[in-house]
Write a protein that binds this ligand. Structure first.
Ligand SMILES: Nc1ncnc2c1ncn2[C@@H]1O[C@H](COP(=O)(O)OP(=O)(O)OP(=O)(O)O)[C@@H](O)[C@H]1O
Ligand SMILES: [Mg+2]
Length: 374
């Protein structure tokens, strides 16, 4: 039974030498096997995220007036295996909604976090946390907890980008990252946690690997241009950058939205720009804003004056409702504009709403806009 088990007699010189040779042989064979396994791991691209079935992102009914270039570029990014997407553009153009809808098509479920200045890599990647009785343990952050589905990082510009996703950087560039945390804090020889760049079946306790559905879809509000410079080129290069602008035809967008919400009939087709289009256009000439604040203004006007006809110049009460909506949702977006711009907007709003030039409301409008200007 013990035929294949070598027996060494420790008192014999020859046997001791044989033992040393055998042990050294065994080490050499084991080391070669480990190297071969590691090579197989790094070369194995077959289960990478890009091998998922290609999915075509359709135009979404929920969003109106999104330029076709947006869908074309998203689909091109996906088709060429670009895993991570960056949706950027002016405020309120539907970036967050789009990120959610795209994630929905690609995976169904998603995780979403909103950028904040006090974020740390502990929140995103994880870190040691007390677990009672004086002990600490590595607790994974949101990214590692939800490594199986798209992660939407909304308003990425609001956090220190390199600091927060820096630890992820090697993963984004296809390499393994070793985290400065061990599986057993009290045991200095216990393995450190690692993040593997690609899916791996049967990960060990100390390994985190993305599942094929994982990707980052981030949004950036491009008003905050400084934010773009905060991100290193090396990191920026890992993303497909897709610009989500304002609708090309503002009037068409507004009429489509109003028809959809049955605020106007199907056949209504005004010849000239309606008041809301004029106001939005005047604002955009000074600072570009997306549909979201305009839609909020529209809802406000409708809530105050339910019988209003949005297609014609308002009467005095209706004009007051427009101003309420303007003050509530448009004015806060205009902080810090130049005073020349403030005057232009005031003049156009006044004309679009047929306000009395010398009346109280015109004065207030002028005053409030100029007050925001620098
Ligand atoms: N093109 C659009 N069509 C229809 N609704 C839109 C459109 N753009 C924005 N909205 C609506 O406006 C609201 C806000 O949009 P969303 O939050 O997605 O914009 P955002 O670009 O992420 O804004 P921000 O830059 O402020 O983060 C949503 O309810 C969305 O449905
Ligand atoms: Mg958003």
């Amino acid at each position: 039974m013990l035929r294949n088990v070598p027996v060494y007699r420790g008192l014999e010189v020859q046997d001791r030498e044989r033992l040393i040779d055998d042990v050294s042989d065994a080490y050499t064979r084991a080391a070669a096997a480990i190297r071969a396994r590691e090579a197989a791991e790094t070369e194995d691209d077959s289960i990478g995220p890009t091998s998922l079935e290609p999915v075509e992102i359709p135009e979404f009914d929920e969003l109106i007036g999104i330029d076709e270039s947006v869908y074309r570029q998203i689909n091109a990014a996906l088709a060429t295996g670009k895993q991570h997407l960056m949706l950027y553009g002016p405020p309120g153009t539907g970036k967050t909604t789009l990120a959610q809808l795209v994630s929905g098509v690609l995976h169904g479920a998603y995780a979403m976090i909103t950028g904040s200045a006090d974020w740390t890599s502990q929140d995103v990647i994880g870190g040691y946390q007390p677990i009672g009785e004086g002990n600490v343990r590595f607790i994974p952050g949101v990214l590692l907890q939800k490594f199986d589905r798209p992660l939407i990082i909304d308003e990425l510009n609001r956090c220190d980008i390199d600091k927060v996703i820096g630890p992820l950087f090697t993963v984004l560039s296809g390499q393994k990252t070793t985290l400065p945390y061990r599986t057993d804090v009290s045991e200095k020889n216990s393995p450190a946690f690692v993040i593997l760049p690609k899916p791996k079946p049967g990960t060990a306790e100390h390994e985190f690997a993305p599942k094929p559905g994982w990707r980052i879809i981030a949004t950036i509000n491009s008003i905050d241009k400084a934010a773009l410079y905060q991100m290193s080129f090396a990191l920026a290069r890992r993303f497909g950058w897709i610009y989500v602008g304002i609708p090309r035809d503002l009037q068409y967008f507004l009429l489509a939205i109003m028809r959809k919400s049955e605020l106007i009939g199907d056949e209504s087709e005004p010849d000239d720009d309606i008041p809301l289009t004029r106001i939005w256009r005047a604002v955009n000439a000074v600072r570009v804003i997306g549909p979201a604040p305009i839609l909020d203004m529209l809802k406000t006007v409708h809530a105050i004056e339910p019988g209003i006809n949005f297609l014609r110049a308002p009467n005095a009460e209706e004009a007051t409702a427009y101003l309420d909506g303007f003050y509530m949702y448009i004015l806060p977006m205009l902080d810090g504009i130049l005073s020349k711009g403030a005057h232009t907007i005031a003049a156009e709003v006044q004309s679009a709403l047929a306000l009395d030039e010398k009346g109280e409301e015109s004065r207030t409008l002028n005053y409030r806009l100029v007050d925001l200007a620098v």
